[in-house]
Structure formats: C-alpha cells, structure tokens
Design a protein around this ligand. Sequence first.
Ligand SMILES: NC(=O)c1ccc[n+]([C@@H]2O[C@H](COP(=O)([O-])OP(=O)(O)OC[C@H]3O[C@@H](n4cnc5c(N)ncnc54)[C@H](O)[C@@H]3O)[C@@H](O)[C@H]2O)c1
Length: 335
Amino acid sequence: MGKILLTGGAGYIGSHTYVELKAAGHEVVIIDNFSNARKDVIDRLAQITDSPVLVHEGDVLDKAFLATVFASHDFDAVIHFAAKKAVGESVEKPLEYFETNCTGFSTLLMAMKEAGVFRVVFSSTATVYGEPLSLPYTEDHRIAPVSPYAQSKVTCETLLKHLKEADDRWTYGVLRYFNPAGAHDSALIGEDPNDIPNNLMPYIAKVATGELPQLTVFGDDYNTPDGTGVRDYIHVVDLAQGHVQSVDKLIYDNSTHILNLGTGTGYSVFDMLRAYEKACQKPLAYTVGPRRAGDIDCFYADPASAREILGFEARRGLDDMCRTSWNWVSRLRNV
Ligand SMILES: NC(=O)c1ccc[n+]([C@@H]2O[C@H](COP(=O)([O-])OP(=O)(O)OC[C@H]3O[C@@H](n4cnc5c(N)ncnc54)[C@H](O)[C@@H]3O)[C@@H](O)[C@H]2O)c1
C-alpha cells in the first residue's frame, strides 16, 4: 500500500477521499490551510477511521512549508484538492483564483520534483468543456473554459501535459468531476459552506434546515423534460472511491489518464428538489426566477472511459445523495 499526500484533505471531497484511502489500506497525510474547512473535520475523520489523523496545517503556496512536509515523509503519490472552487467568485477575483489554483499547483509540483515524487492526481472539472458541442461529454470533447475558474483548471491540466513531455518520470491522473453531492453515511462529514451556497444541493439543504427561506430555480424554460437545468450529480463517496482507483493506477500501473468522473445520468433541478423533499419528509419552498447568464440546458458525462481504465462505477443514486446530505445537515444543525 502507498503513502499518499492529500492537499485540501480537510475539504468536502478531500475528507471523503481520506476515508476511502484509509479503508483501502493506504497511509494518508493531509495538508490544509483551513481557509474553507472546519478544524473539527480532523477529529471526525479520526472517529470514522478509528485512528489518528496526520495533518500539516499550511498553504500550498508556501515553498518552505512544502519542503518541510516532503522532508518528513516518503510519499508514493499526491492527490491535489486544495483550490478555490466558486465559478461566480472567480469572475470577480481572477487574480486570486489563478494564484491559488495555478501558482499553488506549480509550487506543489516543484516541491514534488525536488523530493523525487512524480505521481499526482489532479482535481479538475467538467466546466473545462464549456458549451457542449455534443452530449454526453467524452474526454476528447473540445476544451473551451468560460470562467476564470475553469480556465485555471485547464492551465493546470496543460502544465501536467508539458511536464510529462519534458520528463517521462511524471505520471498523472486528471479527474474531471461532474457535480459532487451527498455526504458520508456516518453523517460526520459532508459539505458545509459558510456563505450562500453556489451549488444546488447545499442550497436545497439550507432550505430544508430553515437557514434559507426558499430555493430560486433559475429558469424553467430550458429545453429539458421539465424545463429546468439538467446536471450529472455524483455521490461524493463514489467520487472519493474514483480517487483511490486513480492513485492505485498511478502507483501500480504507472499509467497516466484523463477521465470524467460522473454517472452518465442527468437530473433536473425539480428532480433534485422532489428527491430532497422525500429525504427530509417535508415540502420545500421554491420560486422560479430568470435564467442565469452562462447556464446551459443540460450536461452529463460519458463515464465509459473511467469504467474501462479504472473500473470506476458510480453505485449510489439520487436518493442516496439526498438521504446522506439530509442526515449530515440535520445532525449538524440539530434539526
Ligand atoms: N465541489 C465541486 O463541486 C467540485 C467540482 C469540480 C471540481 N472540484 C475541485 O475539487 C477540489 C476540492 O473541492 P471541494 O469541493 O472539496 O472544495 P473545498 O473547498 O471543500 O476543499 C478545498 C480544501 O482546500 C483547502 N485549501 C484551499 N486553498 C488552500 C491553500 N492555498 N493551501 C492549503 N489548503 C487550501 C481548503 O481549506 C479546503 O479544505 C477543488 O480543486 C475543486 O476545484 C470541486
């Protein structure tokens, strides 16, 4: 089994990946600056895995900090989650997004190179594809990022490509996530944004707990069966298991891959709302507002390559996502 460094390991996807890596027998070390995570996540990870959690608090932009971490451990691979992730905010703060997402990643890669660690799994996003020319998105769909956030991820993907061309010791997994949702079965970890959530499920969850009065559905006149936008939601535990398969592929097969992680099934905003109402057993208020600039009718993944190359299969459905999300937020907020 390998020793894996998780940057951003206290965050939403990182914390779930920590649990799945430990379950698969890997040793795991976390780096996080806690800019978007609560410190008690670490105690909760210890509780779920029934073992102490090794954490180094610090920033991926801090070269000296990274050098100390790499000098203290002999890593087989790194999984890089640490980044800023809000598409809307990136439009207002492109500089901050490029600094954290691109400079942060190149600083990490430099530290890896100096330490002789050449395997990395990178958190990318389906938003790299932009407006769909055809659906489902396959990995060879043209890349056309619309936001600074998506562009920052494309820049990191491109850097990896050049790095491997320059030095064949590098192997990497680029994982393009669709829409992660849901929480761990223990209800001890999940998504808990401080601000108004950018994503649909945490928004609906805050309506269900009473923290927000209602959901605004941005447009019900899209070219979809019920008129609302359709997206490919993937359970965060399935996503986390995809990371275990990806890092194993790097360690045991030395094989680079660029893959979608999605289910291949699209759900509309109303599908999500109804499924969440079933999970929390109450009606949830909503209103229909105008379309949001830049939103598209529908997008979903072709998951065939991830199945073929990693053996990846998303096993949890919409009801699992809503049930685990509700268990998590209702426990957290004592609802
Ligand atoms: N959640 C999504 O919908 C989604 C979709 C596609 C891709 N992604 C990508 O997946 C990754 C993880 O996303 P998430 O939803 O878990 O986000 P998150 O914000 O919950 O987790 C990111 C973690 O990184 C930490 N972090 C941020 N900047 C850091 C820095 N400079 N140094 C050290 N730690 C830092 C934060 O404190 C947080 O714990 C990100 O790269 C994101 O862009 C997320």
